[in-house]
Design a binder for this molecule. Structure first.
Ligand code: GLU
Length: 335
C-alpha cells in the first residue's frame, strides 16, 4: 500500500530508533543512521517559515536521502541565517539575494568577516517584496512621512531591517528619525490593533500572514516609487523595482515597491552528493506539491526560474543537477 509522506516519516523514525537500540551503546551508529538537516527560515508569520517547513518535509521523506531528518528553524531572517550557516549551526538557510551578496563580499553586516565567501546557492526561489504596512490614521503616505512615527523595522538579523536602512538612507533619513522598534511581525499584531504602533515592515513573499492577520484594520501600504527603487538598484543591484500584486491583500491595490529574490543557501563545504540530492529533492514532484500546499507564493517557485537573481555561485552539487537538466553548459576540462 502506498504510504503518505507522514507515514513514511514515522516509519523512518521508527526504524531509526530501532537501529539505535540494536547498535546501542555505539553512539556512532546513531550518527550514521540519522542526520539532522536544519533549515534556517524567518519569523512564524512570514513566508520563509511555511516554505521551509514544506522543504524540510520533502527532504525528510525523500527516498534518496534516507538518513536525513530535516527541520525548519525559526530565525531572525536572512542575516541571522547566513551567520548560522557560517557557524555550522544550520545546514541550509533562506536568504535574500542582496544579503547573500554582502556575505560573499564581506560587506554590510558582514564587514570584516571573510567567512562569508563560502556561501553557495542551491536555488533562487521566488520574489520577496518590501511591505510597509501602516495604520491609515497615522497619515503615512510616503517613506518621508515615517519620520517621528512608531514603526517596527523587524529584528536585528532580518533582511527586512537591512533593506529598510537602505530605503531610509536613500530618503535622507536614519532609524533615529523614526521612533523605531525591532520586533518580528508576530509581535506587532496587537500593537497595530491597539494603536501602540503606527506600522511595521516585512521584506517577504505575498501574502504574508503577518499582514493578513491585521487586514481587518484600516491599513495603508506605503509605496516605494519606481524611480526611487531604480535609484537604490544602481547601488544594490539585487534590489529591484517591483510590485505588490493587487490580489495579495483584500482592498489593497497594486503597490510599487522594492523586490529581491529569496535564495536557498548552503555552505561551500557541504557534501557535493548531499547537495545534489537535496537539489533534486527540492525540484521533485513531491516537494513541489508540499510547497504548493504550504503557501500561495510557491507558485513562483519553478525550476525555470531557479537560476534567476542568484547573487552567489552555485554549490557544485546544485550545479551538477542543473547541468543534467540542460540548464547550464557542461564544464569542459581546461586544455
Ligand atoms: N526576507 C525576510 C528576512 O530576511 C524574511 C521573510 C520571511 O520570513 O518570509 O528577514
Amino acid at each position: 500500500m502506498a504510504q503518505t509522506p507522514f507515514l513514511r516519516l514515522i516509519s523512518r523514525l521508527t526504524s531509526s530508533v530501532l537501529a539505535l537500540f540494536l547498535c546501542f551503546p555505539s553512539a556512532t551508529a546513531w550518527a550514521q543512521e540519522i542526520r539532522l538537516f536544519r533549515i534556517g527560515t524567518g519569523g512564524l508569520l512570514g513566508v520563509y517559515h511555511p516554505l521551509g517547513q514544506a522543504l524540510a518535509e520533502g527532504i525528510t521523506t525523500a527516498t534518496a536521502l534516507p538518513e536525513l531528518i530535516a527541520v525548519a528553524q525559526t530565525s531572525g531572517g536572512s542575516v541571522e541565517n547566513v551567520q548560522a550557516l557560517l557557524a555550522g549551526e544550520i545546514e541550509a538557510g533562506l536568504v535574500q539575494a542582496d544579503v547573500a551578496l554582502w556575505a560573499l563580499q564581506g560587506r554590510g553586516p558582514f564587514a570584516g568577516d571573510d567567512r562569508g565567501r563560502h556561501v553557495r546557492a542551491v536555488a533562487s526561489l521566488y520574489p520577496e517584496r518590501l511591505q510597509i504596512v501602516t495604520r491609515r490614521d497615522a497619515d503615512i503616505r510616503s517613506i518621508t512621512d515615517l519620520r517621528g512615527k512608531s514603526i517596527s523595522l523587524d529584528e536585528a538579523g532580518s533582511g527586512t531591517l537591512a533593506v529598510m536602512r537602505i530605503v531610509l538612507e536613500d530618503h535622507g533619513l536614519s532609524e533615529k528619525d523614526l521612533s523605531p522598534v525591532y520586533l518580528k511581525p508576530e509581535f506587532t499584531t496587537e500593537k497595530i490593533i491597539s494603536g501602540g504602533l503606527h506600522g511595521f515592515c516585512l521584506m517577504a513573499g505575498t501574502p504574508a500572514q503577518a499582514i493578513t492577520t491585521v487586514m481587518d484594520q484600516d491599513l495603508f501600504m506605503v509605496p516605494v516609487a519606481p524611480e526611487i527603487a531604480a535609484r537604490i538598484s544602481r547601488r544594490h543591484p539585487y534590489l529591484v523595482p517591483g510590485m505588490i500584486p493587487a490580489d495579495s491583500y483584500e482592498g489593497v491595490p497594486e503597490t510599487a515597491t522594492i523586490e529581491v529574490h529569496a535564495l536557498l543557501l548552503v555552505h561551500e563545504d557541504l557534501d557535493e552528493a548531499l547537495v545534489y540530492e537535496m537539489t533534486a529533492t527540492l525540484w521533485s514532484e513531491q516537494t513541489r506539491f508540499l510547497l504548493h500546499q504550504a503557501h500561495p507564493q510557491s507558485r513562483s517557485v519553478t525550476l525555470d526560474t531557479a537560476l534567476q537573481g542568484l547573487s552567489v555561485p552555485l554549490h557544485p552539487g546544485a550545479r551538477r543537477f542543473y547541468q543534467e537538466q540542460n540548464m547550464l553548459p557542461l564544464e569542459t576540462p581546461a586544455p
